[in-house]
Design a protein around this ligand. Structure first.
Ligand SMILES: Cc1cc2nc3c(=O)[nH]c(=O)nc-3n(C[C@H](O)[C@H](O)[C@H](O)COP(=O)(O)OP(=O)(O)OC[C@H]3O[C@@H](n4cnc5c(N)ncnc54)[C@H](O)[C@@H]3O)c2cc1C
Length: 401
């Protein structure tokens, strides 16, 4: 890699979510000046992602980030798809990826742990993260990029990266549309310390479950279980998270124990599948949720955003036009197919409505686990390793912009 003399102007990063912080960390630890603007007053501890896939853990090894996540999270060697009523299941053991990754497992860990750890690194690197600083517009000329804050202050950088999530001002400034759609269902996420493992035999740490008339998932963190279900069609977010609605869901899952389940925290959200039509215009870039949104089935949104941040940091450090152009040309098709498409297929699988269809799918998946080569291929895809390998291939077509 040809490393050019660093541009003295900082890279401006909009948004201190996990993607913006990862990008800032990669740039700053390589000696690049960075300035981060965050609208909120601090790092959010909102209930969001909890799955870290193997290649993400491989990437985050520098400065002890992965070690800290492993200490704060729960290693999950395998994940399951199961039929609730009968307990029939298929379990995918990630140990078969031992030759492909240094971390052949999923880690379940609150997303906020990553952000806190990255903030600590950024402080040690003297990077300014300006909280309470909402960026209202961004722009560029031939030599620089600009960010203007709500209070009118304007900052100048060599490049600007919008990591400000789904409602990105940078995405608008680069003229990208955000084509896609919202899935019809509202998902309710509830956390509880209730020991599901004592009631449902042989649960894994991550479980996608078919139940009569619907589906739910159970993810185990060190301190709690995260239980996701679909709200009824006639419920808005408030109704879907009411104690009565949660009890109704829990009674369907645990008919004789629902009263003993104490829900600690709930959140209802609508899920979208969207992909920005372009990720760059000159000195302006987008990454993470600003560039793509997907169904959370499979836990790939946060991971994909972190992979964007690594790719873009490498491109910005290289600084050549070819490297900068490759960021979008390599990442965008892989995100489309291996993240948005894969998450969509995962969602469709769990939406199979009838018993026969579910049983046939379970049999198909069991056949995969009996064939070592097919199992490895399946897990390379679902663990996001195959997509990253494809993104590392030279892109076809003209990369200049
Ligand atoms: C309930 C839930 C569960 C999920 N589970 C998973 C999972 O298991 N695995 C997974 O991989 N993904 C999961 N995701 C997705 C994951 O949380 C997101 O993909 C991830 O947070 C994206 O990170 P980001 O940094 O791109 O955006 P965000 O986390 O949205 O961060 C954007 C930041 O930018 C700030 N901001 C916004 N506008 C401005 C502005 N104008 N100026 C300055 N700052 C601004 C925001 O305040 C925020 O801090 C889940 C999401 C939800 C909602």
């Amino acid at each position: 890699m040809t490393v050019r003399r660093p541009d003295p102007a900082p890279v401006l990063v909009v948004g201190a979510g996990p993607v913006g912080l990862t990008l800032a960390w990669r740039l700053a630890r390589a000696g690049r000046q960075v300035r981060v603007f965050e609208a909120d007053e601090g790092i959010t501890s909102q209930l969001r992602a909890s799955t870290f896939h193997p290649p993400t853990l491989d990437m985050l090894e520098d400065d002890g980030i992965t070690t800290a996540l492993l200490a704060a999270g729960r290693v999950t060697p395998g994940w399951q798809i199961r039929i609730h009523e009968t307990g029939e299941r298929v379990t995918f053991d990630l140990g078969v990826l031992a030759e492909d990754t240094g971390h052949p497992y999923r880690l379940q860990c609150h997303q906020a742990e990553l952000s806190r750890r990255l903030m600590r690194q950024l402080r040690s690197l003297d990077v300014e993260v300006a909280f309470g600083s909402r960026v209202t517009s961004v722009g560029q000329d031939d030599t620089h990029a600009f960010a203007t804050l709500e209070d009118g202050r304007r900052f100048t950088g060599s490049h600007l990266v919008g990591c400000e999530g789904a409602r990105s001002v940078t995405r608008e400034a680069i003229g990208a549309d955000f084509a896609g759609a919202a899935y019809p269902e509202t998902t309710v996420l509830a956390t509880t310390e209730f020991p599901f493992e004592n009631i449902m035999p042989d649960l894994a740490g991550v479980n996608y479950v078919w139940k009569a008339g619907g589906t739910f998932s159970l993810l185990r963190l060190p301190d709690c279980w995260r239980c996701s279900f679909q709200a009824r069609d006639d419920q808005d977010e408030a109704a879907a998270t009411s104690p009565a609605a949660l009890q109704a869901h829990l009674r369907e899952i645990l008919p004789t124990h629902a009263d003993s389940v104490e829900v600690i925290e709930t959140r209802a959200y609508r899920v979208h599948r969207r992909l920005a039509s372009r990720w760059r215009l000159g000195r302006l870039f987008i990454a993470g949720d600003a560039a793509h949104l997907n169904s959370p089935k499979g836990g790939m949104g946060l991971n994909g955003g972190i992979h964007d941040a690594f790719a873009l940091a490498d491109a910005l450090l290289d600084g050549t036009e070819a490297a900068l152009a490759q960021y979008e040309h390599r990442r965008r098709p892989v995100v489309d197919e291996a993240i948005i498409g894969q998450a969509d297929r995962n969602r469709a699988r769990m939406a199979i409505p009838d018993e026969n269809g579910r049983r046939a799918e379970l049999e198909r998946l069991r056949a995969i686990t009996r064939d070592p080569a097919r199992l490895r291929d399946f897990l390379l895809e679902s663990s996001m390793i195959a997509g990253l390998r494809r993104a590392a291939q030279p892109a076809a077509g003209n990369n200049s912009r």
